[in-house]
Design a protein around this ligand. Structure first.
Ligand code: GRF
Length: 186
C-alpha cells in the first residue's frame, strides 16, 4: 500500500492526503515548492527531481525516466498526482498501468489544461467543479472516478473560484484514493 505523490505547488492536496492517513511512501516534486515542507513536516520522504528546463530543449522522456526511477526506488504501487506541473511521457504509464490518479479543477471533459479555472470563468459557466480520474497518456483524460460540482459566484476571480474548488478536492480526492485502493486491494 505504497503511494507516491507528485506535486509542484502549495501542496494543499498533498496535505489532505496526509491528513487522511493514506500511506505516502514518497513525495516527488519537480521544483522548489510548498509541498516539500508539508511532506517533511509529516515525515514523508521527499525526492526533488529538479526540472532543469522549461524551454524547447526540455528532454521530457529523460525527465520521465528520472521520475519513474524515484518512484520505483520507493516501491510505489499507486501514483497520485496532486498539482504536478510537468506532463510526463508514456513510460510512466507503462511502469504504473492504470495506477496513476489525478485531480483536475473542472468537470472534465470541460476545460482541460492548466488554465481550466480561468477558462471556466471566461466561458461564463454557472457551475464548474473537480474531477478525479485515472490518468492516461492523453492529458486530462481517462476513466472518471469521482466528480463534484462547485457553483461559480457573481464576483468570483480565478483565485476565489479555485479555492472553492480546492476545498472540495481536499475531501473528495483522499476518499476517492481510499476507495480505489480498497477496490484494487492495494
Ligand atoms: C489543484 O486544484 C489540482 O486540481 C490542480 O492543481 C491544484 C493543486 O493545488 N491540478 P495544491 O498544490 O494541491 O494546493
Amino acid at each position: 500500500m505504497r503511494i507516491g505523490v507528485l506535486a509542484s505547488g502549495s501542496g494543499s492536496n498533498l496535505q489532505a492526503i496526509l491528513d487522511e492517513g493514506l500511506p505516502v511512501a514518497v513525495v516527488v516534486v519537480d521544483r522548489p515548492c510548498g509541498a516539500i515542507e508539508l511532506a517533511e513536516r509529516a515525515g514523508a520522504p521527499v525526492e526533488v527531481v529538479q526540472r532543469e528546463s522549461f524551454g524547447a530543449d526540455f528532454d521530457r522522456a529523460a525527465y520521465t525516466d528520472r521520475v519513474v526511477d524515484a518512484l520505483q526506488r520507493h516501491d510505489v504501487e499507486l501514483v497520485v498526482m496532486a498539482g504536478f506541473g510537468t506532463v510526463l511521457e508514456k513510460q510512466v504509464h507503462d511502469a504504473f498501468p492504470s495506477r496513476i490518479l489525478n485531480t483536475h479543477p473542472s468537470l472534465l471533459p470541460a476545460f482541460p489544461g492548466w488554465r481550466s479555472v480561468q477558462d471556466a470563468l471566461e466561458a461564463g459557466v454557472k457551475v464548474t467543479g473537480c474531477t478525479i480520474h485515472v490518468a492516461v497518456p492523453e492529458v486530462d483524460s481517462g476513466p472518471i472516478l469521482a466528480q463534484e460540482a462547485v457553483p461559480v459566484l457573481e464576483d468570483d476571480t480565478a483565485e476565489t473560484l479555485h479555492e472553492r474548488i480546492k476545498a472540495v478536492e481536499h475531501r473528495l480526492y483522499p476518499e476517492t484514493i481510499r476507495r480505489f485502493m480498497e477496490k484494487h486491494r492495494l
